[in-house]
Design a protein around this ligand. Structure first.
Ligand code: ZN
Length: 197
């Protein structure tokens, strides 16, 4: 059985194909210059819930995936409730220089903590040599354990944190309160625009 480059597990061919498919879907929406790299722990279990998968109808996504999608969309400054029909959230993120990636590239279920430790070094390489973002923003509390590695890798000044800890994209604090992911991203994006003006 082959070993997956995305999660380090021994897997079957279908698993490898699914990972490559996810990479291809995400790459289509990768900005040329990444302002903020949104860093999650692992993709969702259900294939339909993967953020970069185009869905014909939002009802194909689970409630959790829709809330997740809205939380990311808010980071662009858009209000998801303004749109009555399907909005191309990945394209909006791309337009604003935002890109979402996962430390572990496959859904791992209960083995997440171990997989995070296993995959963190290769994530650091991806950030340094491939994504090259201005900022890195961890959006899952599961990523607390890999913060030291990011700091040792030289990202201390360019980590966007919530009081020293990762943000939690799955909770929804009040707008502009501590923990408000969208406000933190918007602040950095506004700065980036005014610096380049
Ligand atoms: Zn894998």
């Amino acid at each position: 059985m082959p070993v997956c480059d995305g999660c380090g597990a021994q897997v079957d061919d279908a698993h490898i194909r699914a990972r490559i498919e996810r990479l291809e879907m995400a790459t289509r929406y990768r900005p040329i210059h990444i302002q903020v790299l949104l860093l999650d722990a692992a993709p969702p279990e259900r294939a339909e819930d993967f953020f970069y998968r185009a869905v014909g109808n939002r009802s194909e996504r689970s409630d959790g995936a829709r809330a997740y999608c809205n939380a990311l969309l808010k980071c662009t400054g858009e209000d998801p409730s303004r749109f009555s029909s399907e909005i191309d959230a990945p394209a909006e993120l791309q337009r604003h220089g935002l890109f979402l990636t996962n430390v572990v590239e496959c859904s791992t279920g209960s083995g997440l903590a171990a997989a995070l430790q296993r995959c963190a070094p290769s994530l650091l390489k991806r950030i340094q040599f491939s994504y090259k973002p201005k900022y890195v923003m961890p959006i899952s509390t599961a990523l607390q354990g890999i913060l030291p590695l990011l700091r040792e890798g030289g990202w201390t000044d360019r980590l966007i944190l919530d009081g020293g800890a990762p943000f939690d994209v799955r909770s929804s604090p009040a707008a502009h309160a501590p923990g408000d992911l969208a406000a933190a991203v918007n602040e950095k994006l506004t700065k980036a625009v005014s610096n380049s003006a």
